[in-house]
Design a protein around this ligand. Structure first.
Ligand code: NAD
Ligand code: ZN
Length: 248
């Protein structure tokens, strides 16, 4: 059962190497093999004790950040920042495919920056990136190390004293619409769309899949997703192991 997907690898490999405009859409499951928990799985962050009076989903909202930046940062630093995490074979194979001109875009819902660390350049972090941070009053930019190393509960701007926030999309906040429009354009021109490590329960990921009109819509996910009926190929396995098995 566990290795049932091995019979699908040759077909998957063929699809990948014959793609000229592959779009990848990934979520938290792409980084679990790098040691970063996802949100909604049994072992995910939302099923763990947040360690706070509030739930993780409450803490990660815009209004909560504005009201209780101290609690936000305690949770964010303790549970969401994984600076030690390294790219796994999923990130690496996608970077290799890009280097060989098979990829037109990688869209990730993750904020961990692991695709960039693996060497991918064509990346849209539609939920932001924890390596980018800025002062909410004067917009001065700060690196992640400034957030990690500050002794204060809430990191403050060294120019104006304003609160620094991560450039990540919190609940209640909108996404960058120009980035999304361009992602949609690339999806509609793609010959292959590979979707992995995402439950497709959160928009806009769900909506994005519907713009694909190309040949191969491949899902690699441990569990069923809400959109499996759209896929032309479904692989039930760990995305790092599966992509590693292609030898790419
Ligand atoms: P999710 O937690 O809703 O779903 C993750 C999915 O990945 C699940 O369906 C699970 O079965 C699957 N999965 C887990 N490990 C896998 C693996 N090794 N191979 C294949 N599939 C695997 O995550 P989501 O849909 O991405 O949405 C949650 C939101 O949380 C996203 O917006 C994302 O920004 C954020 N998030 C980010 C990170 C990160 O930056 N690494 C981590 C957790 C959550
Ligand atoms: Zn400032």
């Amino acid at each position: 059962m566990e290795t049932e997907w091995k019979q699908q690898i040759e077909t998957l490999r063929e699809i990948l190497v014959n793609s000229e405009r592959l779009v990848f859409l990934g979520g938290a499951g792409v980084s679990t093999e790098s040691g970063i928990p996802d949100y909604r799985s049994a072992s995910g962050l939302y099923n763990q004790d947040s360690g706070e009076f509030y739930s993780g989903a409450t803490i990660l909202s815009h209004s909560f950040f504005m009201k209780h930046p101290d609690i936000f940062y305690r949770y964010y630093k303790g549970k969401l920042i994984h600076k030690e995490a390294k790219p796994n074979r999923a990130h690496e194979v996608l970077a290799n495919l890009e280097a060989d001109n098979h990829v037109s875009l990688i869209i990730t819902q993750n904020i961990d920056g692991l695709h960039e660390l693996a060497g991918s350049k064509l990346v849209y972090d539609i939920h932001g990136n924890m390596y980018r941070n800025y002062c909410i009053d004067c917009n001065k930019e700060y690196e992640l190390d400034y957030i990690i190393n500050t002794e204060k509960e809430v990191p403050r701007c060294n120019v104006c004293g304003g609160i620094i926030r991560p450039d990540v999309v919190l609940y209640e906040e909108g996404l960058d619409s120009e980035l999304l429009q361009d992602a949609i354009r690339k999806i509609s021109l793609a010959d292959t769309m590979l979707v992995g490590g995402t439950s497709l329960e959160v928009n806009p990921a769900r909506g994005l899949v519907q713009y694909f009109t190309g040949k191969n819509l491949v899902f690699i996910n441990l569990e069923a997703t809400g959109m499996d009926q759209w896929a032309t190929m479904i692989i039930r396995g760990k995305i790092g192991e599966v992509l590693d098995a292609t030898g790419l």
